[in-house]
Ligand binder design. Structure first.
Ligand SMILES: *Cc1c(COP(=O)(O)O)cnc(C)c1O
Length: 481
């Protein structure tokens, strides 16, 4: 039982004169160290606490966290899978962390070998011809891909291609990316099976189409089974096909995107290839392209002449640099470690287990919370509420009640095309036992929603923070104490 008062700030616990450490007074006065105009007029208002009080304060705060290391974390689309701790140790090795980006190339051959090696592994996995590891997030990878597509069309004097087609089952970052890249977004509605409607696509394609951005699997967790036909329509139109492959854990080892007709794609190394993430980073959105587009990739790139690694810094067609230096090297290191554990035969077990687990959840909750599109899903399933059974309950209430029962909530109200959506991604690293416990909790919540909805409307009751006013929190945030 944690009886710690989480809502008291350290400054409120402060007692004048209390100290953790007592320093020997300095020999000289402050004026002798610093210029007059840089001296404070008054001492800063810092909490005065003993070392023990301070340690206890922060340790107890940290224990309020809901985290992957403590809780089942089915946050759809985020791939919160287990990240082996050994990679943390490897990525923290001094030989990597102390490398300076301006160090002579001869002295950082090891780091370059890892960048090069990871690119080779990603090429083998995707069937694509070249990669950049520079982009520092999925959305940044999309942006890089959109710039590459634009540069390609410009190079071909095809300057009117300013539109990017995006289905309504795309990840939310896709339309934002298209707009950031200076293109016009053309939305297309999905068919009744949650897949791209080929007729809608044909209507949207025009001589202005630069790119079709396809999230695969799409955000309702469904594989676009017509993808080869989609690719043909796009290519016959002189356009390019982009795959948002952030969650490649559904396909890795099973399908090579290049075989499907993809020209450009990104992979979230921080999701698919195991890196602790959330709270905004750091991440890595590796971007792969077919041969035709290789010259447009950002610079610098790592090359190898068979003996030594070097940096390629020149290519007139390149879109330039999208990040300082070579990307988030610590994420690259973790992804490299992770992939080196698998051979081609075992790689696909990642995808198989992520698909199996998601379908196990979908089937297990069939009666309580039905899938919006009732068919086999990929790495995640999108469920909805049976409004007739629980008229006053919303998805938000279910999510809050899950916190009470000791689970991180799933992604809710996304994708937008599913009413009262709950997007659940159990991930391949979760065992049957823990998924069964989750299914038990969801079933309990379903029964409560039917018999005692009041309980859900007031949830969470067991958490340190009860139901917050989300509208005020979003509209009038007060982030300062
Ligand atoms: C997470 C995600 C993104 C965005 O990745 P960030 O690293 O958060 O920018 C894009 N597309 C899909 C399908 C995703 O799941």
């Amino acid at each position: 039982m944690n009886n710690y008062k989480h809502n008291v700030l350290s400054i409120e616990k402060s007692v004048d004169g209390r100290r953790g450490i007592k320093y020997t007074p300095a020999k000289k006065s402050a004026e002798q160290y610093l210029p007059q105009n840089m001296l404070r007029k008054a001492a800063p208002k810092l909490p005065a606490l003993s070392e023990f009080d301070t340690v206890r304060h922060f340790t107890n705060l940290s224990r309020l966290n809901v985290s992957l290391d403590t809780h089942f974390y089915p946050l759809g689309s985020c791939t919160m899978k287990y990240n082996p701790k050994a990679y943390e140790a490897l990525a923290s090795l001094d030989n990597f962390t102390s490398v300076h980006p301006y160090a002579p190339v001869d002295s950082v051959q090891g780091s370059l070998e890892i960048i090069y090696g990871l690119e080779e592994l990603l090429k083998a996995i995707t069937g694509l011809d070249a990669f950049t590891l520079q982009p520092s997030a999925g959305a940044h990878g999309e942006f890089t891909g959109a710039l590459i597509a634009k540069a390609y069309h410009n190079f071909n004097k095809d300057k009117n291609r300013t539109e990017i087609i995006i289905p309504d089952t795309a990840h939310g970052t896709n339309p934002a990316t298209a707009a950031m890249a200076g293109c016009t977004v053309v939305n297309i509605k999905s068919g009744s099976d949650g897949r791209v409607d080929l007729e809608e696509l044909k209507k949207a394609l025009s001589p202005k189409t630069a790119l079709l951005m396809l999230t695969v699997p799409n955000t309702v967790g469904i594989f676009e089974k017509d993808i080869k036909e989609i690719a043909k329509l796009v290519h016959d139109n002189g356009s390019l096909l982009y795959m948002d492959g952030a969650n490649l854990n559904a396909l890795i080892g099973l399908v090579k995107p290049a075989d499907l007709g993809i020209d450009i794609m990104h992979i979230n190394l921080h999701k698919t290839l195991s890196t602790p993430h959330g709270g905004g980073g750091p991440g890595a959105g590796a971007v792969g392209v077919v041969k035709l587009l290789e010259d447009f990739l950002p610079l610098p790139r790592v090359a190898c002449d068979g003996k030594k690694y070097k940096m390629m810094t020149k290519n007139k067609k390149s879109i330039g640099s999208v990040k300082t230096f070579y990307g988030n090297i610590s994420i690259i290191l973790r992804a490299y470690c992770y992939l080196r554990q698998f051979d081609t035969n075992t790689l696909k077990t990642i995808a198989e287990n992520s698909i199996l687990n998601a379908n196990y959840v979908r089937e297990g909750l069939r009666n309580a919370f039905p899938a919006f599109f009732d068919m086999v899903c990929m790495h995640e399933c999108v469920l909805t509420l049976n409004k007739e059974k629980m008229p006053s309950v919303k998805t938000l209430d279910i999510a809050k009640r899950l916190l009470d029962l000791g689970f991180h909530a799933p992604t809710i109200y996304f994708p937008l095309i599913v009413p009262e959506a709950m997007m659940i991604e159990p991930c391949e690293t979760e065992g049957k036992d823990s998924i069964d416990i989750f299914l038990g909790a969801m079933t309990q919540i379903y029964e409560e929603a039917v018999a005692n909805p009041e309980l859900l409307l007031k949830a969470p009751q067991n958490c340190p923070v009860k139901r917050i006013d989300e509208v005020s929190a979003a509209r009038e945030p007060n982030l300062r104490w």
